[in-house]
Write a protein that binds this ligand. Structure first.
Ligand code: COA
Ligand code: AMP
Length: 680
C-alpha cells in the first residue's frame, strides 16, 4: 500500500481550512452546478455544505461510470456494480453498471408514473434483495427521499416511521428469510398502516419472491376498484413490482440542490420515538467518496462487502452509495455469519467474489469464533483477495481483535483488522485507521484517530476538556463535516435538544471514552440509554414503552447489561400495579409475556433477556429513574447514592433484592443517568 499523504497534516488542514480541504474532495463528484461556496456557517444549527451546488446522487453512482469520460473512454458499463449472494436461497447474481442503471431508471420511471415526485417520501421495507438497492437509487434519481426500515422491526415500529415520514409510497416484498423462518411482509405493512395515523400512501409496491406464495394483485387498471377489503382504506393501490415497472419509461436523473435531503434514516434515541436522521445529497456524496479512497482504500473495479443490512446506516453508506460513487463493486449478502450453512459463510463469500475489504460487526466475529474457534472453516477458503477487515457497530473488544488478527487471519499480516467508530448520525466514520491515506499502527481496543473533518474533544460534565487517559463525553466541535446529519426530520427542537445543547458549539455523540497520549481514541460505550445489542441500536425507552403496555405493569426501567456474544442485552426492572387481577402474577409468566410483548412491539431483534419484579424504582427528586445506579448494582460495581435521590431507602431495598437473589453480571463500560441530554 503506497503512502500518498501523511495523516496528521491532512487532518490539520481539514480543521484549519475546511473550505480548502472539501473543495479538493468535491472534485470527485460530477456536479450539475459546481459549488462556488463550500460551507455556509451562518446556517443554524448546523452548517450547510455546498449550498449553491446541484447534482444527482444516482447519476454519480451509476450514469457517469457507464458514460465514461467525454470521449466515452473509461466506461464501466460492463463492470460488475452489484453482486448479489444469498446464502438463504442459493441465488447468485451480478448487475453490471449498465444493467443496474437500466433497472434503476425504469423503477424510477415507474415511481414517477405513480405520481412520486421530488421531495416526496418513500418508505422501503425490503429484505436483502437487489430491489432494495434499486429502489433506493431510483428514489435518489427522481429526488424522492427514501426512508428504509430494517426488516427486523415489527409493525408498530414501522408505523411510527410511516407517521413521521408521511410517505406517498411504500415498497415492500412478499417476505424475508431468516434461518428456519419465513416472514411475510405484507401483513406487517397492513398492520402498520392500520396503526399509523397519517394519511395512507398512494400505493404499496410488492416485490414477489419465489420462496413465498404468489399474491394475486388486481391488474393495474382495475386496482383501485378491486382491493382486498382490509386494505381499502389504508392505501389506494397495491401493486406487484413487475406490474409497476411494465412499460415504464426510464427516468432521467433530476438535478437537486446539494442541500436537499437524500434520505431519512430512523434511529433509536433515548425515548420511545425514533429519530429521523436527515442526510443531504452533496455533502454525503463528497464525504463517502473521500472515505472510500482514504479510509477503506477501495477504488474502481475493486470489491467492497459491507456485511450489514440496508436498513442500517452501514448498509446505506457502504452497501449502496459509497462503493458505487467511486466505481467499485458492492456486494449484497442475504444470510448470517453462522448457520447459513456454517461459520465459513463469510469466508466463502470473500473467496468466491474476491472481496478486497470486508466490513462487519464484532458480534458477527464473536458468533463465528464461538462456532469455529480455530478458524478451520476460514482456512478452507482462499482469502488472498482480502486487504482489510473493518469492524464497527460496537467497540471491537480486545479478545475479538486478538482472535481475528492472530487466529482468523494468522497468515495474513498484510490484512489488518481495523476498528472504526461511527453512528447513524454521522453517516461515515468519526474515528478510523485511514488505510488509504496512511496506515497507522493499530492499538487493540481503540478505533484509532479522528477522521479528517471531525474536530473531536473529550469533555467533563462542565464542558472542560479532560487530560489524556481520562474518560469523558466525546463531542465533535462544529461544524460537523459533510455527510453528517443535517437535522432530524421536521423536528429541529429535538435535534438541538439531543445533540447541540449539552455543550454549546459541539455535537454530543452520546458516547464516552478517552484519548491516550498518542491521540488514539478509546470509545467505552454510550453515556445515555441507548442499548447496542448484536450491532442493533435499541432504545431503552421504546422497550420500556412496550413493557408498560402490559396490564400488570405500573412502571419499569430497562438497562443494558454486558453480553458475551451480543455486546449487550436488555434487562427490565418492573413494578407491578397494586391490586387487580395481575397483582400476584407469577414472575415466570410475566417474563414470558413481556418477552413476547417486546418482540411484537419492536421486533425479533429486541430480545428481552430478563424481567425482574421489584417493589419500587429509585428516582431523582424530579422523577427520573436512576438507571445508571441500577445498572451498577446489577453489574456488581461500586456505586454512590446520588445526592438528587428522592428516597434512598428505595435504592437500598433494590440493592438488597438484587444482591441477595442474583449473581452480579459482568460490568459494562458505560456511564450516566436517565436524562438523555445529560452528559456523563
Ligand atoms: N428480519 C426479521 N427478523 C430478523 C431480521 C430481519 N431482517 N434480522 C434478525 N431477525 C431476527 C432473527 O431471526 C432472530 O429471531 P429469533 O429470535 O426468532 O431467532 C432475532 O431477530 C434476533 O436476531 P439477532 O440478534 O440479529 O441474532 P441472530 O442470531 O439472528 O444473528 C448475528 C446474530 C451476530 C449474526 C447478527 O445479529 C448480526 O449479523 N449482527 C450484525 C448487525 C449489523 O450488521 N449491524 C450494523 C453495524 S455493522
Ligand atoms: P448506530 O447509529 O446504530 O451505528 O450505532 C452507533 C453507536 O454504536 C455509537 O454511538 C456507539 O455507541 C456504537 N459504536 C459503533 N461503532 C463503534 C466502535 N467502533 N466502537 C465503539 N462503539 C461503537
Amino acid at each position: 500500500m503506497s503512502v500518498k499523504h501523511e495523516y496528521r497534516p491532512v487532518y490539520q488542514t481539514s480543521l484549519v481550512d475546511p473550505a480548502e480541504f472539501w473543495t479538493t474532495a468535491a472534485e470527485a463528484i460530477d456536479w450539475d452546478v459546481a459549488p462556488t461556496q463550500i460551507i455556509d456557517t451562518n446556517a443554524r444549527p448546523v452548517a450547510r455544505w455546498f449550498p449553491d451546488a446541484r447534482l444527482n446522487t444516482s447519476f454519480n453512482a451509476l450514469d457517469r461510470h457507464v458514460l465514461g469520460d467525454a470521449e466515452g473512454a473509461g466506461s464501466r458499463a460492463e463492470q460488475p456494480a452489484l453482486i448479489y449472494d444469498s446464502a438463504m436461497t442459493g441465488a447468485r447474481g451480478v448487475y453490471t453498471y449498465a444493467e443496474l442503471l437500466r433497472e434503476v431508471s425504469i423503477f424510477a420511471g415507474a415511481m414517477r408514473r405513480l405520481g412520486v415526485t421530488t421531495g416526496d417520501r418513500v418508505v422501503i421495507y425490503l429484505p436483502m434483495i437487489p430491489e432494495a438497492v434499486i429502489a433506493m437509487l431510483a428514489c435518489a434519481r427522481i429526488g424522492a427521499v427514501h426512508s428504509v426500515v430494517f426488516g427486523g422491526f415489527a409493525a408498530p415500529e414501522l408505523a411510527a416511521r410511516i407517521d413521521d415520514a408521511e410517505p406517498v409510497l411504500i415498497i415492500t416484498a412478499s417476505g424475508g428469510l431468516e434461518p428456519h423462518r419465513k416472514i411475510e411482509y405484507p401483513p406487517i405493512v397492513l398492520r402498520a398502516l392500520e396503526i399509523a395515523e397519517t394519511n395512507a400512501p398512494r400505493a404499496v409496491i410488492v416485490k414477489q419472491r419465489k420462496q413465498f406464495q404468489t399474491i394475486n394483485f388486481p391488474a393495474p387498471q382495475e386496482a383501485t376498484e378491486s382491493l382486498p377489503s382490509s386494505s381499502e382504506t389504508i392505501a389506494a393501490r397495491w401493486l406487484d413490482w413487475d406490474d409497476a415497472i411494465l412499460d415504464a419509461e426510464p427516468a432521467d436523473p433530476v438535478s437537486v440542490a446539494a442541500t436537499d435531503p437524500l434520505y431519512i434514516l430512523y434511529t433509536s434515541g433515548t425515548t420511545g420515538k425514533p429519530k429521523g436522521v436527515v442526510r443531504d445529497n452533496g455533502g454525503h456524496a463528497v464525504a463517502l467518496a473521500w472515505s472510500m479512497t482514504n479510509i477503506y482504500d477501495v477504488g474502481p473495479g475493486q470489491v467492497m462487502w459491507a456485511a450489514s443490512d440496508v436498513g442500517w446506516v452501514v448498509g446505506h453508506s457502504y452497501i449502496v452509495y459509497a462503493p458505487l460513487l467511486v466505481g467499485a463493486t458492492t456486494l449484497l449478502y442475504e444470510g448470517k455469519p453462522v448457520g447459513t450453512p456454517d461459520a465459513g459463510a463469510f469466508w466463502r463469500v470473500v473467496a468466491e467474489h474476491k472481496v478486497r475489504v470486508l466490513f462487519t460487526a464484532p458480534t458477527a466475529l464473536r458468533a463465528i469464533r464461538k462456532a469455529d474457534a480455530e478458524a478451520t472453516l476460514a482456512s478452507q477458503h482462499d482469502l488472498s483477495s482480502l486487504r482489510a477487515l473493518f469492524c464497527a457497530g460496537e467497540r471491537l473488544d480486545p479478545a475479538t481483535y486478538e482472535w481475528a488478527s492472530t487466529t482468523l487471519l494468522a497468515h495474513r499480516p498484510d490484512c489488518p483488522v481495523v476498528d472504526h467508530w461511527w453512528q447513524t448520525e454521522t453517516g461515515w466514520p468519526i474515528c478510523a485507521n485511514p488505510l488509504g491515506l496512511q496506515p497507522l499502527p493499530i492499538k487493540s481496543g481503540s478505533s484509532s484517530v479522528p477522521v479528517p473533518g471531525f474536530r473531536l474533544r473529550v469533555l467533563d460534565a462542565e464542558g472542560n476538556p479532560v487530560p489524556a487517559n481520562t474518560e469523558g463525553n466525546i463531542v465533535v466541535g462544529l461544524p460537523l463535516p459533510p455527510g453528517a446529519l443535517t437535522g432530524l426530520w421536521q423536528d429541529e427542537p429535538r435535534f438541538v435538544r439531543s445533540y447541540m445543547s449539552a455543550f454549546p458549539g459541539h455535537y454530543l455523540t452520546g458516547d464516552s471514552g478517552y484519548f491516550d497520549d498518542d491521540g488514539y481514541l478509546f470509545v467505552l460505550g454510550r453515556s445515555d440509554d441507548v442499548i447496542n445489542m448484536a450491532g442493533h441500536r435499541l432504545s431503552a425507552g421504546s422497550i420500556e414503552a412496550a413493557i408498560s403496555g402490559h396490564p400488570a405493569v405500573a412502571e419499569c426501567a430497562v438497562i443494558g447489561l454486558a453480553d458475551e456474544l451480543k455486546g449487550q442485552r436488555p434487562v427490565a426492572y418492573v413494578v407491578l400495579k397494586e391490586g387487580g387481577e395481575f397483582a400476584d402474577i407469577a414472575p415466570e409468566r410475566l417474563r414470558e409475556e413481556l418477552t413476547v410483548l417486546v418482540r411484537e412491539q419492536i421486533g425479533p431483534i429486541a430480545a428481552l433477556h430478563d424481567a425482574i419484579i421489584v417493589s419500587a424504582l429509585p428516582k431523582t427528586r424530579s422523577g427520573k429513574i436512576l438507571r445508571k445506579t441500577i445498572r451498577q448494582i446489577t453489574a456488581g460495581e461500586d456505586y454512590d447514592i446520588p445526592s438528587t435521590i428522592e428516597d434512598p431507602a428505595v435504592l437500598v431495598a433494590l440493592a438488597d433484592q438484587i444482591l441477595s437473589g442474583r449473581t452480579p453480571i459482568a460490568p459494562i463500560p458505560s456511564s450516566s443517568d436517565a436524562d438523555p441530554a445529560t452528559p456523563a
